[in-house]
Write a protein that binds this ligand. Structure first.
Ligand SMILES: [Zn+2]
Length: 334
């Protein structure tokens, strides 16, 4: 029996040396440790031995079983590194991280800023929560002035409002510096409006102001006309209509040729060929007095424009609310 054990041990060691795949090792395990394996047969043979020999031979067989198990385990572990865990293809193109882009309103605002900065304007900023004085009073809109009804204002207190236009920035700039002044003031403004396709309780304006000796209506017309051509194309003309604003005299509203039909007349412009853009005018002498400029020496023009409206025209968007819903399916198109 002991010889048999030694023979099987030698047989196993020889077979193990030749097994160099996981499959071969599995086969060995079945061959030696399986239910019909060689070690199992030895254990079964124990019953035929005289009782006094059984304990010693039993220990030897168990020792062989343990040795086989341990040897198979170690060999299997030593094979593992040969199996590649992952495979790296250095020729594959890299995965691009998703890159954000500018909001369409920011894109248009950047374009507007670039146009005016190239012409000597600087960009001015001011608070969105504004005092009654800067939003109305200093702009020649006194407390009992009917113009206050024109603007459905969001009041925080009786004297503090969410600014209804960016014009208060003009006042703050003129208070802090002497002419010449050439600024644009872009920013968010608020009105008590019910949202629909063309109204939003907040939107974006750019206000422009130019004050110096000898600034004329012709200068205003020139810069607005150039702006229209720059943004929408050489064939876009500008039309001025008389209007009224408390802080300019004379006041006007300006229209661009319809950017969809280029002035020929279409459904969007109701066959007129024109689209209303915004208001402008020569700065009212009362506004100059409020900031301490001498209206006998200085003249100036001011104009406003809606960034949202211009972006809608530029991109052919028919609902202002799309700008503020942050729907990536919409924003990714620009
Ligand atoms: Zn049209």
């Amino acid at each position: 029996m002991k010889e048999q054990i030694e023979r099987i041990r030698a047989e196993f060691q020889k077979a193990l040396a030749g097994a160099d795949t996981p499959e071969a090792l599995d086969q060995l395990r079945v061959q030696f440790l399986g239910r019909k394996g060689k070690v199992q047969q030895l254990l079964r043979g124990l019953g035929q031995l005289p009782p006094e020999q059984r304990p010693e031979v039993g220990r030897l067989v168990n020792a062989l079983r343990d040795q086989v198990q341990q040897a198979l385990k170690e060999k299997k572990a030593s094979l593992k590194p040969a199996v590649p865990r992952e495979w790296l293809d250095l020729t594959l193109p890299g995965r691009k991280p998703p890159v954000g882009k500018k909001h369409p309103l920011t894109q248009v605002l950047d374009e507007i800023k670039a146009f005016f900065v190239q012409r000597g304007f600087t960009v001015a900023d001011g608070p969105e929560v504004e005092t009654d004085y800067y939003n109305f009073e200093a702009l020649n809109i006194p407390r009992n002035h009917p113009a206050r009804d024109m603007q459905d204002t969001l009041y925080i207190t009786q004297d503090i409002v969410l600014r209804t236009h960016t014009s208060p920035v003009q006042i703050r700039v003129m208070e802090s510096q002497q002419p010449p002044v050439r600024i644009i003031a872009p920013g968010r403004v608020y009105r008590r409006d019910t949202p629909d396709a063309s109204h939003s309780p907040f939107f974006h304006q750019v206000e422009g102001l130019c004050v110096d000796r000898g600034v004329s209506f012709g200068d205003l017309k020139a810069i607005i006309s150039e702006f229209a051509r720059e943004l929408f194309g050489e064939d876009i003309h500008v039309r001025f209509r008389p209007s009224f604003f408390p802080f300019t005299e004379p006041s006007l509203e300006y229209d661009f040729n319809c950017v969809f039909c280029r002035g020929k007349g279409c459904r969007v412009c109701k066959q007129t060929g024109w689209m209303e853009i915004s208001g402008a005018g020569m700065v009212d002498p009362n506004v100059f007095k409020a900031v301490g400029y001498d209206p006998d020496i200085y003249t100036g023009y001011a104009f406003g424009m809606g960034v949202d409206r211009i972006a809608m025209l530029k991109f052919g968007i028919d609902d202002i609310r799309l700008f503020f819903e942050n729907d990536l399916r919409f924003l990714n198109q620009f």
